[in-house]
Design a protein around this ligand. Structure first.
Ligand SMILES: [Zn+2]
Length: 230
């Protein structure tokens, strides 16, 4: 069995279900349309019953709570489309399959909180840039990390990287797709990356390679950048 194929099948399923429910990104409304009950609990979980029940920990609040709730909705979709049992077969047991299951559900939570029409509207306005990430983060009320992952992983053929950094230019979060960049989390950003470039510009990155990128200052945080491979 091909994991890439299964992942594609799962994300298509998520998109299809979401489209059929008008791309609702409010988790309570979406859960109610899907016939899922939600109530507070000791931790975040999905109880597979009739009807399914999502419990949410009181320790999560704000955007974290939204994300946790969507993650549990994603667990239901993963089970429902049969991808979870395929993953269990592939890895042999739950312990081995857990990192993939949790990672896939995080990815799907991003799809559900930042649905395609929202992404397309942000890209139409700001192009493939750091401003698109920031606009998604604000309109979807998600973390910067969720927004940058959504943009980077939106299309499997793109070659992109996005990062957030501290005010001291240390990388606090990064996601990349088909693109190798000479820094990772906790590294300092290379000096060649501009401090602020709202519009995409071309600059050197690493030895002899040039990239296009944009960079924004994020109040109270540091910087946010999006790089596009040549
Ligand atoms: Zn989970």
């Amino acid at each position: 069995m091909d994991l890439d194929y299964l992942f594609h099948y799962f994300t298509q399923h998520v998109e299809r279900v979401h489209a059929a429910h008008g791309y609702l990104s409010d988790v309570r409304r979406l859960a109610s349309e899907l016939g899922i009950r939600m109530r507070p609990g000791l931790h975040n979980s999905l109880v597979w019953g009739d009807p399914p029940l999502i419990t949410l920990s009181a320790e999560d609040y704000g955007s974290r709570r939204q994300f946790s709730a969507m993650h549990e909705v994603a667990h239901l979709l993963l089970k429902e489309c049969g991808a979870e049992s395929e993953l269990l077969l592939y890895f042999g047991d739950l312990e081995e399959a857990a990192p993939a299951i949790e990672g896939w559900c995080n990815h799907a939570a991003g799809l559900l909180l930042l649905p395609r029409p929202l992404l397309q509207a942000a890209e139409a306005e700001h192009g493939l840039s750091a401003a698109t990430v920031l606009s998604l983060q604000r309109s979807g009320q998600v973390s910067l990390g969720a927004a940058l992952r959504r943009v980077v992983y939106a299309e499997p053929d793109r070659r992109l990287a996005a990062f957030a950094s501290t005010a001291g230019r240390r990388v606090s979060d990064i996601a990349k797709l088909n693109f190798s960049v000479p820094f990772w989390r906790h590294d300092r950003l290379p000096e060649s990356i501009p401090r602020a470039a709202a519009q995409q510009k071309t600059f050197a990155l690493g030895e002899g390679s040039e990239v296009r990128g944009s960079c924004l200052r994020v109040p109270g945080r540091g910087a946010l950048g999006l790089l596009v491979a040549p």
